[in-house]
Design a protein around this ligand. Structure first.
Ligand code: URA
Length: 243
């Protein structure tokens, strides 16, 4: 990893403060003064500041139950970043392993381990993400099986070169919900990729419209009893799933 990142991970210093310390010439890598923030360092290097050896803190892994009107970004925009919910030191040094839209709720994984998040996100790793989806239009009984097949075979999304990867669609309920809510069917959709607005675009591609979206599961990880807005550290077993 970069030297400035290593310094941040092993001290209380921010990235800017780490750069200042580097400029001052107080940092040594294997005994040699190091001033280049971008220098690549490894676990077996001896890195000191003012003679004090640094030990990198282990990586951090969290799960958050995202609420609407928060965004999966490291900077605030119209809505605040989900990282404000994670009440730990240097929360903005973390990143989000698979983004949700501002109006989507549910399971978000947050870490500072780039390799781990790659294993969660990369379609090649086949990690299943399951969404509960509320749809504007009902799915007629006679249309259900062909629709499930379309999702299995792959859909052509606007602007994409390839079909979506095989997805699993299950209908949970419909019609009886019309009175209370502005949706006519509720489904579960499991996908292994995360193209931009993927779920919304998949249902648009079959002429329906997503009116509510909630991520329930990523791999074997579920929200359990985490209430909206709550977060916790992942357990060792959960971390190991994507190590
Ligand atoms: N697909 C979407 O369309 N939105 C999300 O937030 C997640 C998946």
């Amino acid at each position: 990893m970069r030297l400035d990142k290593f310094i941040c991970k092993s001290t209380e210093l921010t990235r800017n403060e780490a750069k200042k310390v580097l400029k001052s010439g107080e940092v040594r890598v294997n005994g040699e003064v190091a001033k280049n923030a971008a220098m690549q360092v490894h676990e077996n290097n001896t890195i000191t500041i003012d003679g004090q050896e640094l030990t990198a803190r282990g990586s951090r892994y969290y799960i958050l139950h995202k609420v609407v009107d928060s965004i999966c970004s490291n900077v605030d925009e119209v809505y605040p970043s989900v990282l404000h919910f994670i009440e730990v030191d240097k929360a903005f040094d973390l990143h989000i392993a698979g983004r949700l839209d501002a109006d989507t709720t549910g399971l978000v994984l947050i870490t500072d381990d780039g390799r781990w998040s790659h294993n969660v996100i990369s379609p090649k790793k086949d990690c299943q993400k399951t969404y509960r989806v509320w749809l504007r239009d009902e799915i007629d009984d006679d249309k259900l099986e062909p629709l499930i097949q379309q999702f299995t075979d792959g859909l052509q999304l606007q602007g994409e070169d390839s079909l979506t990867r095989p997805a699993i669609l299950r209908r949970v309920a419909q019609d009886e919900l019309i009175e209370e809510d502005a949706y006519r069917s509720e489904v579960l959709l499991t996908i292994t990729e995360g193209k931009y607005h993927q779920v919304k675009r998949m249902f648009a591609a079959v002429g329906n419209r997503v009116v509510g979206l909630h991520r329930e599961q990523v791999g074997e990880i579920t929200l359990g009893d985490l209430a909206p807005g709550e977060w916790r550290e992942l357990t060792a077993a959960e971390i190991a799933l994507f190590a």
